[in-house]
Design a protein around this ligand. Sequence first.
Ligand code: UGA
Length: 437
Amino acid sequence: MRISVIGCGYLGAVHAACMAKLGHEVVGIDVDERKVAELSKAAAPFYEPGLDDLLRDVQETGRLSFTTDMSAAAGNDIHFICVGTPQKKGENAADMSFVDSAVTALLPHVAAGNLVVGKSTVPVGTAARLEGLLEASEPTAHLVWNPEFLREGHAVQDTLSPDRLVYGVKSGEEEHVAVAILDDVYAGPIADGTPRLVTDHATAELVKAAANSFLATKISFINAMAEVCEASGADVTRLADAIGLDDRIGRKFLHAGIGFGGGCLPKDIRAFMARAGELGADQALTFLREVDAINMRRRTRVVELTRELMGGMLLGKRITVLGAAFKPESDDVRDSPALSIAAQLQLQGAVVTVTDPKALPNAARRFPELQYEPELSKAVAKADALLLLTEWEEFRRLDPYELAVSVASPRILDGRNVLDAGKWRAAGWTYRGLGRP
Ligand code: UGA
């Protein structure tokens, strides 16, 4: 099939490359010339494991190209909308301006029988609104909502072998003409057994908001348990192991620590609350306010614990923060709890150095006031305390004996509860986890 992918960020660039991998002819379209230039040279403009190799692989086949020119969408059968929906400045709601301008620019190039397929995370009701615009411009084209569930760091795998495919079509019926067309697009994953659900527009939009809200709630639940564990001397990691063995609960997404961040969960739960309010269903989601509050409290708690670890005083103390990305295997620092903690510590007088294997250039753009050191051995030298805030594999593997020689004082706060406390203590470190004795 001939496919356009509009928006080539974390979602669109991966989607475009994966659609070409599945055998389609794909053009990726983005307003950012730098991004398009890099992608055209088969270089991912951000770090995502496997994406560079995939881009090289598919570009050699001639099935994938990138451009800033929206008219390249003309003649294609399917147009995927993959632009961002960030949080509006000063409000909880999602900023829909990128979706709206992408669709407006696309409409003149949509031909009879085409599909316009939304993948971005949007407030419920968006598809119905866009369907109206599409019908007015090309009455025989169809608007489908096909939410994306990929995780950064696993994006290629998640796109080629998703857990499920959801097609939101106007009628909500399997017989809708768009269903067979999308089945052709995703023929590979469907043949491999990926379940596929057909819903109406609103349900498809809500599936994504509900899934991210559930994940955020699960993380805040275990972080709330971490608060109770701290107050009672219990160990939240063992508690999570024990409740996670009940397969109705499950151990995944029960890692207590500094909380969730990134470009999705925080802004998605806020946009969901805002939209529910507009619909008069705000009471249904007031619990998400608590989920958000528990999450934000983790960051303040780490600053307090660091002060305790330093004997009550942060001023002039050399703190090394291990990790800037919002999670490992990503260079994304959007709403990164690690960076937010680093910045708060610096504001309170600590001398903060941040190190991260991939995210330092993005971090330096967002928080230019912090010091950054790419080399781990230099970053930890003479530190008064280390804070492990993003659980990259190389930080998990650190040798407490070797490291004790470099630092000024062997103190570590394990913000992700991934280190072996006994081993670090045996090597002479003062170890603090979150929600652990
Ligand atoms: C999230 C969802 O997991 C995806 O399914 C969804 O498609 C995506 O948002 C999106 O809306 O586009 P992502 O933001 O890449 O994916 O990252 P997650 O793996 O969900 O992690 C989110 C945050 O939660 C990270 O900061 C992570 O460190 C934190 N987390 C995760 C915990 O603190 N504890 C856990 O047990 C799990």
